[in-house]
Ligand binder design. Structure first.
Ligand code: KG4
Ligand code: ZN
Length: 348
């Protein structure tokens, strides 16, 4: 396939991802070293531990990727790396590693925004070389980005052109899953654990939906407090905590809030399709509810396979494909920016 062949590195949080992606779409290799098991022991991410693990795994992950892609350095057109948002210690590992590779192998360097990577996961395909790729997402595209650090509704007008429609005013959706998981005594990370506990369970109660009417914003901290109260009630009464039922009620509330705002924004902005991205997009209930509510509006829902929703290098390679073709180049001055935002356009 035509288009640049890019080595892409993702190290913004607790996964070390390295991929080779061609033309911003075709995955040739995609290796992820996850620290999930390690952080399960502490019930959450300890940033210093995450950064040390990035350093431990980045070289083996690169080697596995180069082997999988059967790539030589001469066959590559650029090195891309996430430079924010994320944890500073983790980001620095990938950024410095990518700079060194770019200098040593005389390859252009492309800096990628992690959120843009989650969006561009919707462009990825793992079709065999020579096989046709699926159609590209159409614009205007409404993107719901739901991860451990972000919850944003983004209107994507065209490649690289975004308007922020709404975002969480407190916790990110994934953060809420992780905190409630801990509250219910479920293993870390809470997202998949709650999703498993909730599967097939009847909601034990109906938790409130956040009052963010008239905006596309989200709020999850009130819901977290409501779960805390519910759990405390069972404890005070000396009754067993119906973990599965509470997990189901919590998940239902989060999914309803996300789906309601997303469908409203899709209608209001007359979009061509809706795309999901970020770790929480791996959630089955969210995917199912959104697909059926959007389907009722005649709107397609694009969702990457779960492995491309959680952090990985391929999504960075996808965004970098577009950035590289548009002429974006970074250099040795590229810095890790923990609170990096997308380049927002004004209100649409
Ligand atoms: O995108 P991601 O891998 O890392 C960040 O950029 O934050 O997202 C991680 C988040 C975690 O909060 C995790 O609990 C959540 O995604 N998550 C899920 C599921 N799988 C991962 N949340 C709900 N349901 C899931 N199946
Ligand atoms: Zn992420």
């Amino acid at each position: 396939m035509s288009g640049p062949r890019i080595l892409a590195i993702e190290s913004s949080c607790d996964e070390t991802g390295v991929a080779v992606v061609t033309g911003g779409r075709r995955i040739e290799a995609n290796q992820v070293a996850s620290q999930v098991a390690l952080h399960a022991a502490t019930g959450g991410i300890v940033p210093e531990v995450a950064a040390r693990q990035q350093l431990r795994w980045i070289v083996p992950t690169l080697e596995a990727t180069m082997d999988q892609a059967r790539a030589t350095w001469e066959s590559l057109d650029a090195v891309a790396v996430t430079y924010g948002p994320g944890l500073i210690g983790s980001l620095l590992v990938g950024v410095n590693f990518a700079k060194a590779l770019s200098v040593a192998h005389e390859l252009p360097l492309v800096g990628v925004n992690h959120i843009e990577g989650h969006i561009y996961a919707n462009w990825l395909a793992d079709a065999e070389p020579g096989a046709p790729l699926p159609a590209e997402p159409a614009f205007p595209l409404l993107c719901l980005i739901v991860s451990g650090g972000h919850t944003q509704l983004v209107l994507m007008h065209d490649h690289g052109r975004y308007t922020l429609l709404g975002q969480t005013v407190d916790d990110a959706a994934g953060e809420a899953f992780d905190k409630v998981g801990r509250l219910l005594g479920l293993p870390y990370p809470g997202g998949p654990a709650i999703s498993d506990a909730a599967a097939g369970a009847k909601p034990a109660t109906r938790f409130p939906r956040a009052r963010t009417r008239g905006t596309y914003d989200f709020s999850f901290s009130g819901l977290k407090t409501a779960v805390l109260r519910e759990v405390a009630g069972f404890r005070d009464r000396g009754e067993p905590i119906p973990v599965d039922g509470i997990a189901a009620a919590f998940e239902e509330s989060v999914v309803d809030a996300l789906a309601t705002k997303t469908v409203a924004a899709a209608r209001d902005h007359d979009v061509a399709a809706v795309a999901l991205g970020g770790g929480v997009a791996a959630n089955r209930a969210l995917r199912g509810t959104l697909a059926s509510r959007l389907g009722a509006e005649g709107l397609p829902l694009l969702v990457p396979p779960p492995a491309w929703c959680t952090d990985n290098g391929a999504m960075i390679g996808a965004a970098a494909g577009f950035r590289f073709t548009a002429g974006d180049r970074a250099d040795a001055a590229l810095e890790a920016i923990p609170n990096l935002a997308l380049p927002w356009l004004g209100p649409s």
